[in-house]
Design a protein around this ligand. Sequence first.
Ligand SMILES: *Cc1c(COP(=O)(O)O)cnc(C)c1O
Length: 359
Amino acid sequence: MRVYNFNGGPAALPLPVLERAAAEMLDWNGTGMSIMENSHRAKEVVAMAEETQAVLKELLGLGDEWKVLFCQGGASLQFAMIPLNFGQGQVCDYVDTGMWSTKAYQEAQICGAKAHLAASSKAEDYTFIPERYDFSSNPRYVYLTSNNTVRGTQWPSFIQNAPAPLISDMSSDFLSRPVNLENFVLVHAGAQKNVGPAGLTIVLIKPTWAETGQKDLPHMLDYRTYIEHDSMFNTPPVFAIYIAGLTFKWLRDEIGGLAKAEKLNQAKAALLYKTIDDSGGFYQGTAQKASRSLMNVTFRLAQTDLEKTFLSEAKDAGLVGLNGHRSVGGMRASLYNAVNLTAVQALTDFMVEFKNKKG
Ligand SMILES: *Cc1c(COP(=O)(O)O)cnc(C)c1O
């Protein structure tokens, strides 16, 4: 039996995607073998990878100035690749909104960038997205994390009039809403939140920007290598790319695109936040309301000693993955695209019942 999966990542994938992958497991696309057993140079596989890039660009409304890359090493390798390519010896501005942006900032220092904190919500326990920034006078780029998976905060809109191009880690809200990437030059997202299996990292980059990067890097750390070889300089994570492609088509054809996805995500999050806010303090959201994430809903029980019972009874009821990130504790319900309203309804029904029993 499939459970209601609220994992933070790796996370729920759309059922039709899993069913299609299962049906094609032994004989993919008439090749008489699974996609994993095909050469990445086979024409069918190359066509699949190209189509996956095209559908992603279509979903995001991206033009020819953008290139889709399939990288590895997770979002965490991007924390290093970005400063290695663009930040060495240069001032780079970072906005610190939680654990993943802190890691990106620290990695930039290791990689030789003069990383500058333009804003941080650390003093208030990362409960909000800062709206005031102390930018450097001429930074190379401005880096932000669009959705803070651990703390449950999300940028409602992005910085206007930044002093440099924007770069963002969008791992945990990638494709959850339409985004205007006009002021961006690079976006990265680990696949395991909203796209597909871990092991694939999607990078969107403007090749004109990539050209301005450091020239003496090892091939696998240089964005130009991925651009020149269409992400096939070495063996890419073919199976993960294939699942990502199925997810992109599901988003386009069954959900109806990113504006529709956003509407669904808003309805899901609204239902859960309302249940928290209407609980008379029994449940308490941890993020400030204006910064609340549509993807990761973080909350606590006023009676923290009941949290263990909450999690174990939820699990018995088929609601799994509700524990908060191990660095903060409490509860987190991740409502990625593949988590539907029925799942959220089951969760809120459970929460009301639990409160009536224990409150
Ligand atoms: C999960 C996550 C990461 C870490 O990704 P890895 O693929 O494990 O390196 C980084 N940033 C954000 C925003 C995340 O949600």
